[in-house]
Design a protein around this ligand. Sequence first.
Ligand SMILES: Nc1ncnc2c1ncn2[C@@H]1O[C@H](COP(=O)(O)OP(=O)(O)OP(=O)(O)O)[C@@H](O)[C@H]1O
Ligand SMILES: [Mg+2]
Length: 278
Amino acid sequence: MLAVKAEDLWFSYGEGWALKGVSLEIPEGEIVAVVGPNGSGKTTFAKHLIGLLKPTRGRVLVYGEDTREKSVAELSRLVGYVFQNPNHQIFSETVYDEVAFGPRNLGFEEARVKELVESSLKLVGLEGKGEERPYMLSMGEKERLAIASVLAMDPRLLILDEPTIGQDRSTMSKLIEVVKRLKGEGRTVLLISHDIDLVYEHSDYVIVFKGGEVVSEGKVAEVLSDPELTAKASLSLPKLAELARLLGLDKLPSSVEDVVEVLLNEVRGIRKEELANP
Ligand SMILES: Nc1ncnc2c1ncn2[C@@H]1O[C@H](COP(=O)(O)OP(=O)(O)OP(=O)(O)O)[C@@H](O)[C@H]1O
Ligand SMILES: [Mg+2]
């Protein structure tokens, strides 16, 4: 099943076009990255998936549902959207109430709400923090709280809009862990990010936006290792892809471990030669 299908989607905020004929398909159960320069239409596109924006022309199907015929409330049962700045999304007194807000709003029984809150907090590694004040949390914890609040509504598609801004490496690796766990549960994750290395290492597919258009899409290793394409989209080449080119590797490494393996074998070869011909 497709999580998303956009058909010739055009959108204008009033003047000019923010999206110009976007057609794409996002398969279910994958980690799909959306990349592109500032102002290229990534957030505008993502907002169509939860119905916050409706197509000026064309249409968007989310799990087969035409977003023009659904309200944001209806779509939020399918799609969770974590916004660029988690501070704008957090408003409750306690972590528990913050996460409970969505499912309570959907009218779930308090016992079910409790289940959802606890499983969501666990999923993002905030278990046991229910009584804490959200504003006392670190930036990384706030980001994960924002994700938990959205997860508590049990969405099939989760959109993370720039979750990595201002995060340190350990927070980022926690975030990646959460994303992988969600994929393991069969959910689809749309990861909007400027961190090309993170995208290269951790997503399955990538969609490249530029000037309101999709200029490329496909498997991450194929799309992002093409220096002509990344340059055209004003993106930098992922470090792993660059290293692979410099080393003359035929097979693109998909992780740091792959590169270490290759380098290790090279060095072992050199050492062997040195030992053979002292
Ligand atoms: N609320 C708005 N009103 C008018 N124009 C807008 C609005 N939001 C975005 N735009 C314009 O639409 C275009 C696409 O913006 P969008 O926010 O979707 O880009 P983006 O790829 O998410 O950028 P960034 O990487 O900076 O988040 C830009 O030209 C932007 O200026
Ligand atoms: Mg944006």
